[in-house]
Design a protein around this ligand. Sequence first.
Ligand SMILES: O=c1[nH]cnc2cc3nc(NCc4cccs4)[nH]c3cc12
Ligand SMILES: [Zn+2]
Length: 371
Amino acid sequence: MALGEFKVHATAGNARRATLMTAHGPVQTPVFMAVGTKATVKAMTPEELKECGTQVVLGNTYHLHLRPGEKTIAKMGGLHKFMNWDGPILTDSGGFQVFSLSQLRNMSEEGVEFRSHLDGAKHFISPEKSMEIQMDLGSDIIMAFDECLQYPATDDQIEKSMALTYRWLLRSRDAMTRKESLLFGIVQGGLSLNHRLKSMEQICSVDLPGYALGGFSVGEPIHLMHELLPHVAPKMPANKPRYLMGVGTPTDLIIAIDSGIDMFDCVMPTRVARNGTIYTWNGKVSIKRAEYKEDPSALDPECDCYTCRNYSKAYLRHLFLSGEILGSRLNTIHNIHFYMKVMEKARAAIAEGRWEEYKNFCLARFAKKEK
Ligand SMILES: O=c1[nH]cnc2cc3nc(NCc4cccs4)[nH]c3cc12
Ligand SMILES: [Zn+2]
């Protein structure tokens, strides 16, 4: 396959089983991408990530620009070498993080001036600067510099913002000169269907290797996203990957795959693992519960990950209550393994004509409540 080629092998309604070719190898979709914001997927080594079936790791322009700086990472051979990850890396463009993390100074047509949340130093990111940072990192998939509108937003705010995101996409495209990298555009439009379709028309009119849906998972009631997706995702170019940014729970993944989404990222599996919440094939387990104090069973009897093969709920509860680092590591290994298994089985189900059955199986199982 050629760089950037997206080959659809099978479909099941709007769901697709495909392969995207990147400079660091093929990506089998639907795919869940592990979030490695500061050049590490928290608590996991690259070998453990591979062992869990991770294909793609995310890095973050905003964080890596502030520390250690893209020029340092470039001097160290680029982000792959720096973090010892030889698979595909996708980097977010920094806009979302500037708005959600920094003391924003001011926004203009040119770009965003802000103060670092680390030391208050002044910085400026524009489409051109964002592309420069991501190219210095050596990213395989580069996200266009966009404006992710907060929720809720008025129609006027949505219209102004999505028009800016479109103008910034054109500048991102013109500034992205690294031929090994694939540039993805980001569709905005808030939570209103007509704005979403208008933004999709604008963004997807630019010929790019892939397109993302931004502006979700920003505090809106999740059902609003579930209701919009089936009306938007299937209308995106069928021969290009569709990436839903920042989503989501296992249930969200299944619902979005059914609407035609191919790529996902979310801090959920790693973040909640450190807080003792475990995803299983029978719903969520909160490992700190007293009922697990002397429970010899694995986190999930249907899981074959390193954690489930070697440790009991009693031991993992003890680690969590003791604040032991190993607790974060073992819980994260399980949650990442679980997410990757859900996606691996989804790919097989679509390819083998069993998607409806697998979808309904997952939605029922994931909804089960702890007794
Ligand atoms: O429109 C977006 N543009 C570029 N990056 C994003 C990243 C995003 N990540 C989330 N949600 C994931 C979360 C981040 C922090 C807590 S949940 N929503 C997102 C939206 C965008
Ligand atoms: Zn497990």
